[in-house]
Design a binder for this molecule. Structure first.
Ligand SMILES: Nc1ncnc2c1ncn2[C@@H]1O[C@H](COP(=O)(O)OP(=O)(O)OP(=O)(O)O)[C@@H](O)[C@H]1O
Ligand SMILES: [Mg+2]
Length: 277
C-alpha cells in the first residue's frame, strides 16, 4: 500500500497536495545508536516504514531487537541519531524539546506495560491529569468538561466503578484500561503502545484488545509492540524486526470478528516461524 501511495504522489501532481496527509507516520532511514562507556550500540539500522491514518500496525521481534527503541524514537520520546520521522506530515526528528513535549501531550497517546501511573492518586485523577496539564488555563467549566469526558471514557472501558480507587487497589486489566482512557483524554491523532497486554492474563489481554480494535474501527491510528501472537493477529499488519532492522511484514487486513481469530493466528504463526521467531 505504501508503494501505491508513493506511486500516486509521484505520478500525479494534482494529488500531491492531498496524498501525503493520508500518512500518519513516515519513517525514513531511521538510525539510533546508544553510546555507553565509550561503546556504541547500533540499535536501529535504517528503518523504513509508513502508516496511513486509521492503520493498526504491530511490531514483533526477538527481545533486544529494538522494538521499544523504535516506538520511543518514532513518538518523539527519544531522539533518532539520524533519519526522519514525519508525524502527520510534520518532521519531528529534529523538533525542539518543548515543541516535542507539546506534541506528545496533545497529539499522541501512550500506553505502556509499566504504566507510569501516580501511586498517591485515584484512577480518575490519573486519567484527568494529562488533560489538566495540556490546558494553558483550566477554568471551572473546562474542568467540568474534562471530568465528564474522563467519566465517559471510563464508562466505555467498563471501569467507571473503580474511578475513586487508588491505583494499587485495582486489577492489572482495569489499570491497563485506565491507561487507555488516559491515553485518549486529549483526543490524540495516534496511539503508541508498548506491550500493552504484557502483564495481563489472556482474558484481560483480550479485553484490552477488544477496546483497541473498537477504537481502530472508529478511526484511531495505532502502533503497538507485542510478543503475543494473539495480540498481533488482531492488528492489520505486523512488522518483524531483528537487530534493529525490519526483516519483513505480514498484511492480515482489518480484524473483523472473533470467528477469524484462529485463522489469523495460524497465518501469523507460520509466517513468524519462517522469519526465524
Ligand atoms: N537507553 C539505552 N541505553 C543504552 N542501550 C539501550 C538503551 N535502551 C535500550 N538499549 C539497548 O538497545 C537494544 C534494544 O533495546 P529495546 O528495548 O529497544 O529492545 P526490545 O526489542 O524492546 O526488547 P524487549 O522485547 O526485551 O522489550 C538492547 O540491546 C538494549 O540493551
Ligand atoms: Mg521492549
Amino acid at each position: 500500500m505504501q508503494t501505491m501511495i508513493e506511486k500516486v504522489v509521484h505520478s500525479d501532481p494534482v494529488e500531491t497536495a492531498e496524498k501525503p496527509h493520508e500518512l500518519s507516520l513516515r519513517v525514513t532511514d531511521l538510525c539510533k545508536t546508544y553510546i555507553t562507556d565509550k561503546q556504541s550500540l547500533n540499535v536501529l539500522r535504517n528503518v523504513n516504514f509508513s502508516m496511513r491514518k486509521g492503520d493498526f500496525v504491530s511490531v514483533m521481534g526477538p527481545s533486544g531487537s529494538g522494538k521499544s527503541t523504535l516506538l520511543y524514537t518514532v513518538s518523539g520520546m527519544d531522539k533518532p541519531t539520524s533519519g526522519d520521522v514525519e508525524f502527520f506530515g510534520q518532521n519531528i526528528a529534529k523538533l525542539g524539546e518543548n515543541k516535542m513535549a507539546d506534541l506528545r501531550l496533545n497529539e499522541m497517546g501512550f500506553v505502556f506495560q509499566q504504566m507510569h501511573m501516580l501511586r498517591n492518586l485515584s484512577v480518575f485523577d490519573n486519567i484527568i491529569l494529562a488533560a489538566y496539564h495540556a490546558s494553558v488555563k483550566v477554568s471551572a467549566s473546562h474542568r467540568r468538561d474534562i471530568n465528564e469526558k474522563a467519566k465517559a471514557l471510563m464508562r466505555r472501558f467498563d471501569i467507571i466503578d473503580i474511578m475513586d480507587k487508588d491505583i494499587t487497589e485495582v486489577s492489572g486489566g482495569q489499570l491497563q484500561r485506565a491507561c487507555l482512557c488516559r491515553a485518549l483524554i486529549n483526543d490524540p491523532k495516534m496511539i503508541f503502545a508498548d506491550e500493552p497486554t504484557g502483564s495481563l492474563n489472556s482474558k484481560a489481554a483480550a479485553e484490552v484488545m477488544d477496546k483497541l480494535n473498537t477504537l481502530n474501527r472508529e478511526g484511531a491510528t495505532i502502533l503497538l509492540v507485542t510478543h503475543d501472537i494473539k495480540v498481533a493477529a488482531r492488528t492489520d499488519k505486523t512488522l518483524y524486526i531483528v537487530d534493529g532492522n525490519i526483516q519483513g511484514e505480514l498484511e492480515l487486513g482489518k480484524y473483523g470478528d472473533t470467528g477469524e481469530a484462529k485463522t489469523r493466528e495460524k497465518n501469523l504463526s507460520n509466517w513468524l516461524v519462517n522469519m526465524g521467531w
